[in-house]
Design a protein around this ligand. Structure first.
Ligand SMILES: Nc1ncnc2c1ncn2[C@@H]1O[C@H](COP(=O)(O)OP(=O)(O)O)[C@@H](O)[C@H]1O
Ligand SMILES: [Mg+2]
Length: 290
């Protein structure tokens, strides 16, 4: 079955008729643990031009909670109108490599079927965005499900979206593994510690070494930043876009599991995320009704 997938991935890449449409603008938020990546992505989702695809590649899956989406209870309709529980990309990968489960999903030629299965089973759609979660890996270090994202998900449906924003797990491993090899904008969310500057250098080094491409590399300060921390980033020689302001409601909503989509546009965190995106050249789309 491994061969089937590897073969399918290769076919997908080689078949000229399957030449993918250019995907939308790809934004990746990365950084150390607890800096505010998911909060940044959740709030950015309110202001980026739709149609918008959110990819949660953190096994923790906290982005869905921040958006008020309960993936455990979400049911979706397949192409033939069957109601099924939504799957993470990890769930679906498990089914695809299991001969019986794959047959139950209708079988077929993997190169053709895998993108369709991903489309049918893993997309949570709301008026504002589509959300796809990678889900937990089967075992540590197993990146087959993650590879599906760039082998199939982004090539097959990425062209349907103006913006694709990715929420990452903490740390550098996803970069090391080249989960998203081609990005437009890489946003690095930093906390005000000495380790942060080292982290900036490590991100630069790893992306260079493994060959991740990005058009822009942006630094964002988190809500703990003070003037001194901002000054040191401004001197860093990198592009510092600003910081996310402290917002007691963000903390409270995240604690209680209330959707960040309920925050008013005028709240400090929303205002600062809008400012940061505008600084990076994004046109702010104010469709948010909160
Ligand atoms: N602007 C902010 N104001 C107040 N608290 C924040 C803000 N941004 C994030 N937080 C808090 O920081 C913690 C980590 O945020 P989170 O977005 O989950 O980080 P990460 O995704 O990087 O792990 C959460 O408890 C969150 O509520
Ligand atoms: Mg997170």
């Amino acid at each position: 079955m491994e061969d089937k997938i590897a073969g399918a991935a290769k076919l997908e890449r080689l078949a000229p008729s399957a030449a993918p449409e250019k995907p939308g603008n790809i934004i990746v938020a990365t950084g150390r643990g607890g800096t505010g990546k998911s909060t940044f992505v959740a709030l950015a989702s309110r202001y980026l031009t739709p149609p918008l695809l959110l990819l949660d590649i953190d096994p923790d899956q906290s982005l869905a909670d921040m958006l008020g989406v309960d993936l455990e209870t979400t049911r979706i309709k397949t192409d033939i109108g069957r109601e099924v529980k939504i799957k993470t990309v990890s769930d679906l990968t498990r089914d695809i490599v299991d001969e019986d489960a794959f047959m139950e999903l209708g079988g077929g030629i993997p190169a053709v079927k895998i993108p369709l299965l991903l489309e049918w089973y893993t997309r949570y759609s709301s008026e504002k965005f589509t959300l796809i979660s990678l889900g937990p890996r089967w075992t540590a270090g197993d990146y087959r499900a993650a590879n599906y994202l760039f082998e199939f998900v982004i090539p097959s449906i990425g062209g349907d979206y103006a913006n694709i924003i990715v929420d990452s797990p903490a740390g550098l491993e996803h970069l090391n593994r080249k989960v998203i090899p081609d990005m437009d904008d890489l946003f690095l969310v930093l906390d005000p510690s000495m380790k942060s500057m080292k982290h900036v250098a490590r991100v630069r080094k790893i992306t260079g070494e493994v060959g991740i491409s990005y058009k822009h590399f942006y630094l964002v300060g988190n809500y703990e930043f003070d003037d001194e921390a901002e000054a040191s980033l401004k001197r860093s020689g990198e592009t510092y876009l600003g910081k996310m302001d402290y917002d007691a409601r963000v903390k409270d909503y995240n604690l209680k599991g209330v959707s960040l989509l309920n925050l008013p546009d005028s709240s400090p965190a929303c205002l600062s995320v809008r400012r940061i995106l505008a600084e990076a050249g994004y046109k702010i789309s104010l469709t948010s009704t909160a």
